[in-house]
Design a protein around this ligand. Structure first.
Ligand code: GAL
Length: 324
C-alpha cells in the first residue's frame, strides 16, 4: 500500500510498511530527481537493515544491552545489534504495516497499534505520523500514546542524496551543534558529550562530507565516517543544512528534537535493492535523524523519554528543500 503527495515542487511517496517516506522526487523538466533513498518494493524494504526513510521506534537508535529500569523495574528487550537493541528491536515500528487513516493530495496520516510483549517493551502503543507537503516543504508530526508507563523516542530515518545518484562525498553539511556523543565499538554512545570545536566533528560552518570522512580521527575511522549523535544548540535557523554544490539543491532540517544522528551510510552497499533496483553504494546517502539522544533510556542526563497515559510523545520535523 502506498500513497503519493504532490505539490508544485515535489512528489512524495509514502509506504504503509514502516510508515515510511519512500521517495521525494523533484517535479521539473528533467523528469525528476530522487532526493532520498527508498526501496522499489516492500519485499526489499522488509529484508533491509538500513531503515531507508522508515519510522523507527518506539525508541530510535541504541539501548545499551537492551536493558533499562523504569519506575524501579528492570526490563530486558530483545537485542538485534551487537548486544544492544537498535531502532525498536527486531519487531519495531519499522517492521510493521501502518494504516493510512487519511490520504489526501498534500497530507496523509498513518497509524499503528503496536505492542511487543515478546520483545519485552511494556505497554500498548498507539502511534501516528502525519506527513504534510506545502510547496518545497515536507513535514512530519509523530505522536505516540500508551496505556501504561513506558519509553518512546521514535524518529524518521531518511537518507538524503540531493544529486539523485552516486555518493554524498561532495555534499556540504552543517549542523548547529557544539557537542557530539562519541561511541564504543558497538556504536553505542559512550562517555560524556564532547565539544566539537577544533575537531573534525565541527560541522557548524558547513563542511564537505568527504573531507570529514577522510579526517584522521579514531572515532571517524571506527565508524568509517560519521555515525554520531549531534546535540543541537538552541538558536534560530535550521538544525542542519545539506547542500549539493553541483546542482545547487539544498535541504534544511528544522526540528523540535534535541539531537540529530548523522550517519554517512558505510553499510548501504550491503543492503537490499533501492529505488533503482540495485543496492545503493556505500556512502550513497546521508541519514539525518532528528531524535532524542541515543541511549537516553540509560542516561538520565540525556533527558527523559518516559511516556505514560497522560503524557504522550509528540514531535515535528520539517524539511525545507531549495530546488534549482
Ligand atoms: C543508524 C545507526 C547506524 C546504523 C543505521 C542503519 O541510525 O546509527 O549505526 O545502524 O542506522 O543501518
Amino acid at each position: 500500500m502506498l500513497h503519493t503527495l504532490h505539490s508544485d515542487a515535489l512528489s512524495v511517496e509514502l509506504r504503509a510498511l514502516g510508515g515510511a517516506l519512500n521517495r521525494v522526487v523533484t517535479r521539473d523538466a528533467s523528469g525528476g530527481t530522487d532526493l532520498v533513498l527508498g526501496h522499489a518494493d516492500d519485499a526489499h524494504r522488509a529484508a533491509s537493515t538500513a531503515y531507508l526513510g522508515a519510522l523507527v521506534g518506539p525508541v530510535a537508535n541504541r539501548i545499551a544491552g537492551g536493558r533499562f529500569v523504569l519506575d524501579g523495574h528492570e526490563h530486558q528487550l530483545a537485542r538485534n545489534d551487537r548486544g544492544n537493541t537498535l531502532h525498536g528491536g527486531p519487531d519495531g515500528f519499522s517492521t510493521r504495516r501502518w494504516t493510512f487513516v487519511e490520504a489526501g493530495p498534500d497530507a496523509a496520516t498513518l497509524a499503528l497499534a503496536w505492542a511487543d510483549p515478546a520483545g519485552g517493551m511494556p505497554g500498548r502503543f498507539a502511534a501516528s505520523v502525519t506527513y504534510r507537503l506545502r510547496g518545497p516543504e515536507l513535514s512530519h508530526a509523530i505522536a505516540v500514546a500508551t496505556d501504561t508507563p513506558t519509553l518512546a523516542a521514535p524518529c524518521l530515518h531518511p537518507y538524503f542524496n540531493l544529486a539523485g545518484a552516486g555518493t554524498i562525498h561532495d555534499h556540504i553539511l552543517s549542523v548547529r551543534a557544539g557537542r557530539v556523543v562519541f561511541t564504543d565499538a558497538t556504536s553505542l554512545p559512550a562517555g560524556d558529550p564532547v565539544a566539537v570545536a577544533g575537531t573534525p566533528f565541527d560541522l557548524r560552518g558547513g563542511v564537505r562530507l568527504g573531507d570529514v570522512m577522510a579526517a584522521d580521527h579514531p572515532q571517524i575511522a571506527a565508524a568509517a565516517g560519521l555515525d554520531h549523535a549531534y546535540l543541537l544548540d538552541p538558536g534560530d535557523g535550521p538544525a542542519a543544512t545539506l547542500t549539493d554544490p553541483a546542482s545547487g539543491r539544498r535541504v534544511e532540517v528544522w526540528t523540535d528534537q534535541p539531537s540529530i544522528q548523522v550517519f554517512t551510510g558505510v553499510t548501504l552497499s550491503g543492503d537490499t535493492a533501492g529505488l533503482g533496483g540495485t543496492p545503493y553504494p556505500a556512502f550513497g546517502g546521508v541519514a539525518l535523524e532528528a531524535q532524542q539522544v541515543p541511549n537516553a533510556a540509560n542516561r538520565p542526563e540525556f533527558g527523559s523519554i518516559r511516556i505514560d497515559a497522560d503524557h504522550p510523545f509528540r514531535s515535528t520535523t520539517r524539511y525545507l528543500f531549495t530546488l534549482v
